[in-house]
Design a protein around this ligand. Structure first.
Ligand code: PEP
Ligand code: MG
Length: 588
């Protein structure tokens, strides 16, 4: 049994599917002279099948999820078609007598060595894409397990080093019941993406790929972060029962999608969805969200081969608005930097501290032409939303100073003058700031008169407040939203927003975590934006919680001096409030 970080609750039992198994057992036999031609032919066939896969995936993902999700497979196809790729494999088969399998393995090592010379995280990300492609070619050689292959029948537990956005997209095709990764943590963006599919997941299980092989029976306990390999029959039966209960409860809760979200004492709670793609906006409706509280637009850029122009952006925003519940979408401007890199706009990671560096609006300000285009697209989309009876809001990430808000407002005015002079239809949307930097939390009362709304980005706020990287499992014990310091800051910010009568939402991952949810309701928060998958259980929890209980629980939690004490208090309280949600709750 291994212990990692629980990143998505629930229990899953299934067959291991190791994504990086090519690294473990390359075929090291040396070819005989008379085997070379056949080996070359085998490679060419595998390569052509891979190209066909990638084209089919592009078409399928484009029709199901949209062009921007599909673009990553075009990138993969261009990697495959790079003449260097095939020249090297051929050379090693012919001259070094390597099997194709071993040649592909050497190719990974070759690129890894090449890329290790740079600190550029964008290039490091591309290494993962190269790996993806090589593994796909290799899978056609041995007829092992492509994600979309019929060889492997679900339910599957994906075991990987780290899940990339492209891999999460591909997972949509197979019957994945659980995910285990060696790297990553609760708030890494890959985890957020995986979680949005509502799959139990555990991250930060070091070395698991060396222990598990494809075909093993794996149990993922996403409540406390445990992973069991080939458990004995009794334990297996117990976990299968838990898994059934988890699915039954999920199905049952999904049926509450038409119900309004209200507390036990009938106070309305706004439950909004965080989305990365148009497909997520559809999921938001299916899960009963009342709108989209955070559209992370950078995913459009992460999977796009170049900077999308204004009309492409507008078209994606319109599709998201059309799909979103109530046609209500809060669009966040580009938030590149930190762990998210894109090749354009001169963004390259050679920074010692990327999360403290050239990120979000800091980067957008230095590309006024691009930034204005994004604002214009959002303002034009706002008009579209109004026509459909909904509303678009425009939100800026990483706001740190009052000066930045003045500067943003000036840019919005300039963009609106341009649109006026071009006689384009648009609407000036409400303008909000994300509160995710401690400096903004401290000076919030000088900022509130300048914005129309606030959205608390607790993922970043917690990491900056605790000086603990949100993606580093070694410091995840510090990067905890239940830390007393975090609770005090959140409580004070929410009180300030109330004093200035400014609408406030919280859109970090803690919005969908039951313990934090109860505390935030106690602080007076009434609007939450979260992964669509969390909405049914949070709606259920809200219906069992009265405001007076939430306030009393908050009082108790605020008296605690340590995170462990807060966690203990909340574990006691949460089972009293909602005894039936045990299986869905993260109990770590
Ligand atoms: C946050 O920081 O809480 C947030 C919602 O934004 P992101 O996770 O995209 O940084
Ligand atoms: Mg953030």
């Amino acid at each position: 049994m291994r212990k990692g970080i629980a990143v998505a609750p629930g229990v899953a039992v299934g067959t291991a599917y190791c994504i990086h198994e090519i690294f473990v057992n390359p075929n090291t036999k040396r070819l005989e002279e008379n085997e070379i031609t056949a080996e070359l032919a085998a490679y060419e066939t595998a390569r052509d099948k891979t190209a066909a896969d990638l084209r089919a995936l592009q078409a399928k993902v484009a029709s199901q999820l949209g062009q921007e999700e599909a673009a990553i497979f075009a990138v993969h196809e261009s990697i495959l078609r790079d003449p260097n790729f095939t020249d090297k494999v051929r050379d090693w088969i012919v001259n070094d007598r390597l099997t194709t399998d071993a040649a592909l393995h050497r190719l990974i090592d070759h690129y890894a060595a090449l890329f290790s010379k740079t600190n550029d995280s964008y290039l490091k990300e591309r290494l993962n894409d190269v790996r993806d492609v090589i593994i796909r070619v290799s899978s056609h050689l041995s007829d092992v397990l492509r994600p979309e292959s019929n060889v492997l029948k679900g339910p599957l537990i994906v075991v990987a080093d780290e899940l990339l956005p492209s891999q999460v997209v591909a997972l949509g095709d197979i019957d994945v019941h659980g995910i285990v990764t060696q790297a990553g943590s609760k708030t890494s963006h890959a985890a957020i993406l995986a979680r949005s599919r509502g799959i139990p997941a555990v991250s930060g299980v070091r070395g698991i790929l060396r222990q598990v092989t494809t075909g093993d029976t794996i149990v993922v306990d996403g409540r406390d972060g445990h992973v069991h390999q080939n458990p004995d029959p009794e334990a297996l039966a117990a976990y299968r029962k838990l898994e059934r209960e988890f699915f039954d409860l999920k199905d049952q809760l999904a049926e509450n999608r038409e119900q309004p979200a209200v507390t036990a004492d009938h106070v309305p709670i706004d439950l909004l969805a965080n989305i990365n793609t148009v497909g997520d906006a559809v999921a938001a409706g299916a899960m009963g969200a009342s709108g989209v509280g955070l559209f992370r637009t950078e995913y459009i850029y992460l999977t796009h081969p170049n900077v999308p122009d204004e009309s492409e952006q507008l078209s994606i925003y319109r599709q998201a608005i059309d799909a979103a519940p109530g046609h209500a979408v809060t669009i966040r401007t580009l938030d590149i930097g930190g762990d998210k890199t894109v090749p354009f706009l001169g963004h390259q990671h050679q920074e010692a501290n990327p999360f403290l560096g050239w990120r979000s609006i800091r980067l957008s300000f230095e590309h006024p032409e691009f930034f204005t285009k994004q604002m214009r697209a959002i303002m034009r989309a706002a008009r579209h939303a109004r026509r459909r009876g909904g509303e678009v809001k425009m939100m800026f990430p990483m706001v740190t100073t009052v000066d930045e808000i003045h500067r943003l407002r000036r840019m919005v005015r300039r963009a609106s003058r341009q649109l006026d002079s071009e006689r384009r239809e648009y609407l000036l949307p409400p303008i909000g700031m994300m509160l995710e930097v401690p400096a903004a939390a401290v000076t919030i009362e000088s900022m509130l008169p300048l914005v129309d709304f606030v959205s608390i980005g607790s993922n970043d706020l917690v990491q900056y407040l605790m000086a603990a990287d949100r993606d580093n499992p070694k410091v995840s014990h510090l990067c905890d939203p239940l830390a007393p310091a975090v609770l005090r800051v959140l409580s004070s910010v929410i009180t300030s927003c109330g004093k200035y009568r400014k609408p406030v939402t919280l859109c970090g991952e803690m919005a969908g975590q039951p313990r934090s949810f109860v505390l935030l309701v106690g602080m007076g928060l009434r609007s939450f934006s979260m992964s669509p998958a969390w909405i049914p259980s949070i709606k259920e929890l809200a219906s069992q919680l009265s405001i007076s209980t939430a306030e009393a629980v908050l009082k108790r939690a605020l008296r605690c001096k340590t995170t462990a004490q807060v966690r203990k208090v909340m574990s006691e309280e949460i089972v009293k409030i909602s005894p039936n949600l045990g299986i869905i709750l993260d109990t770590a």
